[in-house]
Design a protein around this ligand. Structure first.
Ligand code: PGA
Length: 249
């Protein structure tokens, strides 16, 4: 009942010109099953992407937003601008933003509440660091991040939330969680959502991210709890992204 989703997080790659070129390639992909495809270009490339993707089924996402409507926040971008560009999804709390841009559970929560109020769908990223995995506290870490991010989200809004489980040690490293570990951790995250929202937790899509690629997507996507993928590096190569959105084929 949860529609699978494959989202490309392009990070700080692809200028506007390069974005148009990649978007044109992605538009040619024949999707062989029922999956929602999202791409999240850099903020400065969103306009180019929105033009290039017109008329295609590929949905536009952003990588971050500010939680205030407008004002003196030099260098930031607001929800109203994303709305004009046709953005539907916004990645929030990515570990790179937590690590390099001082995002906290509190700011992630403020952003989640703002984007839901503004009619967007957040892709909330949670994930443990290597030392937390080694200490055996993965579930505690990801469940706390999940609950903190969802604090104050209404029951009527929860089905608009997407969560991405991204073990920090797996991002951009070529190391993936085993399919079973990813599945187990996602089950724990869903348990945290269930504690807050009861059976509505079954409607929340939870993705896996962290070195997911054209080689390991079939195994990861065959797990019952994994509803999709948040793909970094492999989403920048059209042939690889094609293979991933057509996982299992
Ligand atoms: P990766 O990035 O696929 O390059 O590991 C995933 C992400 O950070 O969303």
């Amino acid at each position: 009942m949860r529609k699978p989703m494959i989202a490309g997080n392009w990070k700080m790659n692809k200028t506007p010109t390069e974005t148009v070129a990649l978007a044109e390639e992605l538009k040619k992909i024949r999707v062989l099953h029922n999956v929602e495809i999202v791409v999240c270009p850099m903020t400065v490339s969103l306009f180019a992407a929105s033009q290039a993707l017109k008329g295609s089924e590929i949905v536009l996402g952003a990588q971050n937003v500010h939680f205030e409507d407008k004002g003196a926040f030099t260098g930031e971008a607001n929800c109203a601008s994303y709305k004009e560009l046709g953005v539907k999804y916004i990645i929030l709390g990515h570990s790179e933003r937590r690590q390099y841009f001082a995002e906290t559970n509190e700011t992630v929560n403020k952003k989640v509440l703002k984007v839901l109020e503004q009619g967007f769908r957040p892709i909330v990223c949670v994930g443990e660091k290597l030392e937390e995995k080694q200490a055996g506290i993965t579930n505690e870490v990801v469940c706390l991040q999940t609950k903190a991010a969802l604090c104050g989200v209404e029951r009527s809004q929860i089905d608009n939330v997407v969560i991405a489980y991204e073990p920090v040690w797996a991002i951009g490293t070529g190391m993936t969680a085993t399919a079973k570990d990813a599945n187990d951790t996602i089950r724990a995250i869903r348990g945290a959502v269930r504690e807050m929202y009861g059976d509505l937790a079954e409607q929340v899509r939870i993705l896996y991210g962290g070195s997911m690629n054209d080689k390991n997507c079939d195994e990861l996507m065959s797990q019952p709890e994994i509803d999709g993928g948040l793909i970094g590096g492999a989403s920048l190569v059209a042939e690889k992204f094609d293979r991933i959105v057509n996982y299992g084929r």
